[in-house]
Design a protein around this ligand. Structure first.
Ligand code: ADP
Length: 399
């Protein structure tokens, strides 16, 4: 195991370079040396070392600059700074820049061996974590395709058979009892389909893709589109849909695809948990430097004790009014994750028996441009927006 590790020593003092190299080679590590920062960076690019020992005070590129550039070569590289007694402050500074540890000059071979061993243990853990992360991503992708093909496709087929059997013009007269049982079975299939679709949606929203798609855009057409798509459901449920917005609303900043999911989810809840001849009003306005979308319905409302729970995964209000309505309890938890990934907020206000208003707050385009730049930078380094589809968990987000 030891022999696989490569160590690069960057120091302008030949004596330090050579003695470090000698000590570490004897330990069985593969070592390389560089006399200054630029040669060091070249060698780091070529050999991809596991650990770099870097002197902070060198002519030319400083140790600090080397540290920063090493992170671009490999973010999991472990660097240890070599420093004189007088420059402990800069060693601390270097650790803030991501150095793992520092070793003050002069040091003994034992001290060097010890700190290197610890640094390489850290490297081993970082590599293991990254391999596990990759493996997890692969498993998620495989699982998504398994669910899509092995679960969703047969469900669609079964649903179609039910539809055909239930259509008496095609399949002939059914007994009342048969019809009732088949309708119930068909509804259960609808529930299962919704669960599969919600789950796929949750897994399908990847933070890197969300970050890549983030841009300035007008919210009003997006809301119009969401309303249009839900019009058939609203008509079927005898609920009126309405959009209210001022004309000169600033542009929003975010990912249109995932935000459309958010609005469709909340509006469809507004329809689903409404009453006959009820209303869902979507309004776009500004609030405290942010854009606010209110989705107000005239439905059954949410009991006060349930308000802190409705954004939790799989939570559903149990009651006479909701029993027959198909749902998974995943929609709002997905919505909240997406909104928070946009540095926004989602709030709810509800009166039992009268209706609920969900408010989504999102940053405006100009305001978040700066934020965007840093988000893109983070994204380049692999972190992206703050969205992790697999770490959704419950929490209180109601006002
Ligand atoms: P689903 O609707 O699939 O059950 P959601 O996560 O979208 O899941 O919602 C969670 C729960 O919150 C719902 O089951 C319902 O009890 C409640 N809820 C959500 N929106 C509304 C609303 N507009 N009016 C009343 N209750 C709602």
């Amino acid at each position: 195991m030891k022999k696989e590790f490569k160590i690069l020593i960057i120091d302008d003092e030949a004596a330090i370079r050579d003695s470090c190299s000698q000590v570490l080679s004897k330990e069985g590590y593969f070592t390389e040396t560089a006399e200054d920062g630029s040669v060091g960076l070249e060698k780091a690019k070529e050999t991809k070392p596991d650990l770099v020992l870097v002197d902070l005070k060198m002519p030319g590129i400083s140790g600090m600059e080397v540290l920063e550039s090493l992170k671009d070569i490999d973010p999991d590289i472990v660097s240890i700074v070599i420093t004189g007694y007088a420059t402990i402050e800069s060693a601390v500074e270097a650790m803030k820049l991501g150095a793992y540890d520092y070793i003050p000059k002069p040091f003994t071979p034992d001290e060097l061996r010890l700190i290197t061993r610890r640094g390489l243990e850290k490297r081993r853990l970082l590599l293991e974590t990254s391999a596990l992360r990759q493996e997890k991503k692969q498993m998620e992708e495989n699982f998504i395709s398994l669910v899509t093909h092995e679960l969703r496709s047969p469900l669609i087929a079964v649903k179609q058979y039910f539809d055909v059997i239930l259509d008496e013009e095609i399949s002939g007269k059914l007994k009342e009892k048969q019809k009732e049982m088949l309708s119930r079975a068909s509804e259960r299939i609808d529930g299962l389909m919704k669960l599969v679709n919600d789950w796929l949606q949750m897994m399908g929203i990847r933070e890197d893709e969300v970050a890549k798609r983030t841009q300035a855009f007008d919210l009003k057409p997006l809301l119009k589109e969401a309303i249009e798509l839900l019009k058939p459901l609203a008509d079927k449920s005898d609920v009126a849909l309405q959009l209210k917005s001022l004309d000169d609303i600033p542009r929003a900043y975010g990912d249109k695809i995932t935000l459309k999911h958010v609005f469709m989810n909340i509006i469809s809840n507004g329809i689903k948990y409404n009453r006959k001849e009820g209303k869902v009003t979507v309004s776009l306005r500004e609030e405290g430097g942010l854009l606010a979308v209110d989705i107000a319905d005239t439905g059954m409302g949410i009991p006060e004790e349930s308000l802190p729970l409705i954004f939790d995964q799989f939570y559903r209000v149990r009651g006479k009014g909701t029993r027959k309505l198909i749902g998974t309890g995943l929609g709002l938890s997905i919505a909240r994750k997406i909104v928070e990934a946009h540095k926004g907020q989602i709030k709810v206000h509800s009166t039992l028996g009268k209706g609920s208003t969900f408010t989504v707050l999102l940053p405006k385009a100009q305001q978040s441009r700066k934020q965007n730049k840093s988000a893109k930078k983070v994204h380049k380094k692999g972190a992206g927006l703050n969205f992790n589809p697999t770490s959704i968990k419950g929490g209180q987000r109601n006002e």
